[in-house]
Write a protein that binds this ligand. Structure first.
Ligand SMILES: NC(=O)c1ccc[n+]([C@@H]2O[C@H](COP(=O)([O-])OP(=O)(O)OC[C@H]3O[C@@H](n4cnc5c(N)ncnc54)[C@H](OP(=O)(O)O)[C@@H]3O)[C@@H](O)[C@H]2O)c1
Length: 215
């Protein structure tokens, strides 16, 4: 993105960390808590005032959260995970849609996970090339399944936009205590590819680094 001619806004809920990351990447820091209506509205207003449009929205914010053990998960725990992983993506998309509509080639990339695939959950052994180890996690996995359907619905409703869900694959980040075998650059590859695709690219799909992921 940076280095491809885009002006990149780096959304972060921690202003200090956001400024540090933006400075390192050559982007602009954008205070953004995806669980907070006022924060998301203010972020959209800032981009509108400075840029007037948005070409690419990447909904990346995600949490593992609580409520992942189906033996004792509570509705409240699961709701908190959905607040970021599902409602956060909807809240941000809703606020930025007018700016995306002002773009000539709008793109949305929703960062999902193969753990949210109903196809893989239903038959993990058939898909070991995509997800070598299947992790059960009630809140996280179901939130990503919901995000996938949210993606499909936005794509059907906005045919002029390229709107896809992506699976970065198991990547060493804070989310998993840096246990993933992939580097962040490897995990980000599919996100960047889908973010930069032109108007001939697919929409309403679910893709990983090796190709389509079963819904
Ligand atoms: N790592 C993997 O193996 C893997 C695999 C498949 C999919 N994913 C997905 O990839 C995405 C990125 O995760 P990651 O692996 O890079 O984990 P990460 O290092 O924990 O990054 C998650 C990011 O989301 C931000 N975030 C969380 N809640 C937020 C909120 N309310 N508002 C704004 N930002 C918020 C976090 O900000 P703070 O720094 O403030 O906490 C953090 O920067 C997630 O959607 C995750 O589900 C990851």
């Amino acid at each position: 993105m940076i280095g491809t001619g885009h002006t990149v806004y780096v959304g972060a809920r921690d202003e200090r960390l956001g400024e540090k990351a933006a400075a390192e990447l050559g982007g602009r820091p954008l205070p953004l808590d995806v669980t907070d209506d006022d924060s998301v509205s203010a972020a959209a207003e800032r981009v509108r005032a400075e840029a007037g449009r948005l070409d690419v929205l990447v909904n990346n914010a995600g949490v593992i959260g609580l409520g992942n053990d189906a033996h004792d998960a509570t509705a409240e725990q699961v709701r908190m995970t959905y607040e970021t992983n599902v409602f956060g993506a909807i809240r941000v998309t809703h606020s930025f849609l007018p700016l995306l509509e002002a773009s000539e080639a709008p793109v949305i990339v929703n960062v999902s996970s193969s753990l949210g695939s109903l196809g893989i959950a239903g038959d993990p052994e058939q898909f070991t090339s995509i997800l070598p180890v299947y992790y059960s996690a009630l809140a996280y996995n179901s939130s990503k399944a919901a995000l996938n359907m949210v993606t499909a619905q936005y794509a059907r409703t906005h045919p002029r936009m390229r709107i896809n869900a992506v699976d970065p694959g198991h990547t060493a980040t804070d989310l998993n205590g840096h246990t993933g075998p992939q580097t962040v650059a490897e995990g980000a590859d599919i996100i960047v590819r889908m973010a930069l695709m032109d108007t001939n690219g697919p929409t309403g799909g679910f893709f990983g680094n090796s190709g389509p992921v079963p819904w």
